[in-house]
Design a protein around this ligand. Sequence first.
Ligand code: APR
Length: 232
Amino acid sequence: MAEIKRIVILTGAGISAESGIDTFRDAGGLWEQHRVEDVATPEGFARDPMLVQRFYDLRRAVMQEVEPNPAHHALARLEREFTGELLLVTQNVDDLHERAGANPLHMHGELLSALCAICETRHPWSGTLIDGPPCPTCQAEALRPDVVWFGEMPYQMDRIYRALANCDLFVSIGTSGAVYPAAGFVQEAKRHGAQTLELNLEPSEGSHWFDVSRHSKAGELVPEWVEEMLSE
Ligand code: APR
């Protein structure tokens, strides 16, 4: 991999699992405990905003009680020490990459942000939203979690597709490959000639697209892989 100059990394819920955050589709995961239609769609929010606010308020609180794990730290080290270009894209709405020292692009939004449904401004937010606080910009009591729901457009897709078209290596970590557009990134990178690597607990839905798949815990696989990349 000596000629690798540009890397795009995609992370999913599996990278935060060892920190104690529930994934979505594993046994006992969030989508076994809650209906996606109720808590992760604009229609669900319109139907029962309190239920949705409670769901994300709880997740925001839980997230602030856990710590980044060796996989987050290893990616932050790679971001610091890799001499080429690296874009870290995460589907995760937690801030564990940041707390490990990395600078991720949150394509599915962030729990530590509130979005005003009226003026569409985004505000740093660490508390609750269920109590209907006013938007700091327009004062409307219309703040919602700044999380991309099913049927909504993920953030910064142009930037992501540009990086995928130009990368030499695409690495997918801890994601089931069940949700598009992220699930299609591997094919996009391959189409432009990139090498592709999957690091996941088990084969994902898109495993067959990857040149190489390694299966174990992210907390073990990611530090090993980062060590390999930096020693080459
Ligand atoms: N190490 C590595 N991988 C793990 C670990 C671990 N310790 N634990 C679980 N995994 C893997 C699982 O095997 C699974 O393939 O992580 C993946 C998690 O998949 P999902 O729960 O589907 O999470 P994700 O792929 O991030 O979901 C994508 O779905 O509902 C949405 O918006 C939500 O961003 C989310 C999107």
